[in-house]
Structure formats: C-alpha cells, structure tokens
Design a protein around this ligand. Structure first.
Ligand code: SF4
Length: 65
C-alpha cells in the first residue's frame, strides 16, 4: 500500500496526522504530507484507510498493490 496527499486539496485540518502520525506529518502551515515515499506497512493499512475516510477534503489517495 502507498499513500499520497494531494497538496492542492489538503486544507490542513491535521486529522490524518492526529489519526496516523506513523504515516503522515504536517508542515508549518498544517498541511499534510506522507512520510518517506508513502509506503505503508501491512500493520498500518487500517490506519491509512481510517485517515482517508476522515479527510474532509478527500485529499488522501491510497494505492493498493
Ligand atoms: S485530513 Fe486531509 S485535509 Fe486534513 S491535513 Fe490531512 S490530508 Fe489535509
């Protein structure tokens, strides 16, 4: 699994970071980005999906391999 934050859509609510700080971080303006290359280990897949579901801007893309 790989996640990607669409920075054009992200409005900086930080919900993804609150829910899954192992996967996301936020910059000084509160806009989110994926950590590293966005690869999510199996044990964090549920958290990634939870973050995606809770993003009010639908800014989190998930690619399932
Ligand atoms: S929850 Fe969505 S809009 Fe909010 S910081 Fe994360 S990616 Fe951006």
């Amino acid at each position: 699994m790989q996640v990607h934050v669409d920075r054009e859509r992200c409005q900086g609510h930080s919900r993804c970071y609150d829910l899954a700080p192992e996967i996301f971080d936020v910059d000084d303006l509160g806009n989110a980005f994926e950590l590293g290359d966005g690869t999510v280990p199996p044990e964090l897949h549920d958290k990634a999906r939870l973050a995606q579901t809770n993003c009010p801007e639908h800014a989190i893309e998930i690619r399932e391999d």
